[in-house]
Ligand binder design. Structure first.
Ligand code: ARG
Length: 254
């Protein structure tokens, strides 16, 4: 009996410990701090500089939190766990370069976008430039991304290889284990600038997308407050300055 009681008590304590996140706006405001989640393996949007999580969208989220008069705490987890973690109340808001898609919008509520971009073809073979050139080829993408969904629709692709991170997909191309890699156009731009001699060439964009943060489905109070703060920071030039720092251009949606 004692044993049963102890395990019930432990289960209750566990629930209490994990159910403090993904809260409505008033609960977040009361606590004074928002729990943010990202991946940390998607430079220059979210990455680690030593132990420090940083990048364009990390700075955007921090600026938004400050504008909302909130402190913030970061969690960094695998890309796959991010959106599901909202439903599990593990954090309040996810910002990890998620494109707004109908499928994802069934499970989460998206905010106003913090950038506009799209998937681009990268290869070391100059004859692979267009979607048609991917016929008969092996293409690397990160698991769970919009790149995977779009490459699957390209007719004639020999194989779509999934990797747990975008960096792993890039390494597969660098070591010629695949013929092409589909990633974000700004990720590709940054990589070409950093390693101009690596032999990577960019081809066409496969699709375009709007990238936004996400909150748990129906948490419109939090989404609205985030949107008001983000729009004010877009209007006053704060987001543009962060964008210039990472991309030497303004990546917000026009
Ligand atoms: N934009 C793509 C998508 O919507 C890729 C996002 C990848 N993000 C990341 N943190 N690795 O799926």
């Amino acid at each position: 009996m004692k044993k049963i009681f102890a395990s019930v008590a432990a289960a209750v304590a566990l629930c209490a410990a994990v159910s403090v996140q993904a809260r409505p706006l008033d609960a977040i405001q009361k606590s004074g701090s928002i729990t943010l989640a990202s991946e940390g393996q998607y430079a220059p949007f979210n990455f680690f500089k030593g132990k420090q999580l940083t990048g364009y969208e990390i700075e955007v989220a921090e600026a938004v939190a400050k504008k909302m008069n909130l402190k913030y705490e970061w969690k960094a987890v695998g890309f796959d766990a991010l959106l599901t973690g909202l439903a599990q109340d593990r954090w309040d808001l996810v910002i990890a370069s998620h494109g707004i898609t109908e499928e994802r919008a069934k499970a989460v509520t998206f905010t106003h976008p913090h950038y506009c971009s799209g998937g681009i073809i990268v290869s070391m073979n100059p004859s692979i430039k267009t979607a048609a050139d991917l016929a008969g080829k092996v293409v690397a993408v990160q698991t769970g991304t919009s790149y995977l969904e779009h490459v699957k629709q390209v007719p004639g692709v020999k194989e779509v290889k999934n990797f747990p991170t975008d960096e792993a997909a890039r390494s597969a191309l660098a070591s010629k284990r695949v013929d092409a890699w589909v990633t974000d156009r700004f990720v590709a731009k940054e990589m070409l600038a950093k390693a101009p001699k690596a032999g990577f060439k960019t081809g066409d964009m496969l699709f375009i997308e709007q990238i936004a943060a996400a909150v748990s489905k129906g948490n419109t109070g939090l989404a609205d407050a985030y949107n008001t703060a983000l729009k004010a920071l877009i209007a006053d030039g704060t987001i543009k300055a962060i964008s210039q720092k990472y991309f030497q251009e303004d990546v917000t949606c026009k």
